[in-house]
Design a protein around this ligand. Sequence first.
Ligand code: CAA
Length: 479
Amino acid sequence: MILKILISTIAKLKLLAAGIDDIAIYIPKLFVDARDFAKARGMDPDKLQRGLGVSKMAIVDTNQDPACMAANACLRIMERNKIAPKDVGRLYVATESSLDESKAMNSYVIGMLEQVYGNDSFGHCGGIECKFACVSGSYALYDNTNWIRAGEAEGKSAIVVVSDIAKYDLGSSGEYTQGAGAVAMLLNDNPRLMTFDPKVTSTSIKNEYDFYRPFGKETPIVNGQYSNLLYMIQVKKALMAYKDKALSTGIIKLKEGETILDYIDFVNMHLPYSNMGKKALTYLLRHEWRSLPRWKGIIEKMGMQEPVPKDPRGTIESILADEEFMQKDHEFTKRFTMTDEFQEAYDSKLSSSLIASSMVGNLYTASLYMGFRSCMEFEFQKGVDLEGKRFGFGSYGSGSSAMVFSGVIMPAYKEIVKNMNLEAEIGDRRKVSLEEYEQIHESKLSPTQNILEGKKEFVLVGVGSSPELRGQRKYVFKE
Ligand code: CAA
């Protein structure tokens, strides 16, 4: 039914269908174990594992950077689908780990891919590097989807690759939400995995300083709790705009007492850490259910009224400073997450998307799409038939902007999802000691002092330092 409505809406709008045909990941093979990390920082390991949902944080080796992770993910998706460079009309890289103020990351990636496919093989492949903290990948997907919908692609594919190293200062509260990796998505007009719903993508934006990285600084300046709340407010705003569009296009029809979230089968959220997904779902459900008849019964079971801040129209700062409200709200949230109604929504819509995040940590731009990948694999393993199911995406980038959009899983999805195996795709990993981690973190080792020998992948072999070659990066493909 959902698929039929989608196909007829696309036909009515005289657009081409467009969406994700396949998805590939690249995760570096070194990791920090959350228990070792907690011990070294004198923290309770339960705060990381139960409080934030962090088990392992992937970290890059000395000879890896965001460009080579992006190239490795692109190579995987091209080889697996036997895509020739001439069939790729656009290659976009979305990242907040930029390597240069001017030169775009897709040019490095194409340089690497041409080592495999031949010089100038990508000569007509357009693209740019996109930046808006963790949401830029979603803008890149949206723009490339529209390029295909408009017929500009003329049968070619687009590749959108999201790649980042999430790196915070040693000893900071962000340090336990690090990670690294890349996700490449192949887009075309006959996608096997998912077709995006047209005319519903919605955004919100506000000039904010919740998390930012001034020029020349390797790690961000973060206002942690502020960023958590701002993320949820911005996604909620974008969701409200999405709701208006979904109802007016007719892709979703609500009956009395229903919410838009009843019609989103799977919710995928931006995941700076795994439990942020649960926090965001809780916030959105509270917002959506509050005005529905079902809320009365839930409140009765919880035995507590929903608290209101002293100044309900106050700023994020005033809400966070309202200690009495924050305490009550924490208790209310705890009780709400224990209700059967919440548990049912959490288990069926969100939980599978969080698994990969706790295995690899924060991937910034890539974390939303790693969650999507994780959800498909683990729901399929549970025996859930995903055909015709609607996935909703809540994308957030600090600074700040959110984007909410959706797509429907296509009948051919099984061809791809049946072969998904996160453990196998990540490959064998090596745990690093805290000493090794800190040496890499503080850039004390050169690219050639790598811990692991890369195999069938691009690695960084040097960065020019002489005045005429300063900043020029050299990569090789390791057979
Ligand atoms: N056992 C079990 N749980 C515990 C615990 C213990 N011993 N100790 C604490 N916890 C729980 C807390 O109750 C809390 O749970 P709730 O969120 O459900 O209340 C959770 O662990 C985290 O505890 P704190 O809130 O006290 O953690 P913190 O203040 O030390 O840091 C953080 C959390 C603010 C996210 C911090 O890691 C940070 O600043 N991270 C970077 C910024 C970030 O990721 N912001 C997210 C939104 S912005 C964004 O998403 C953009 C982006 O990608 C960066």
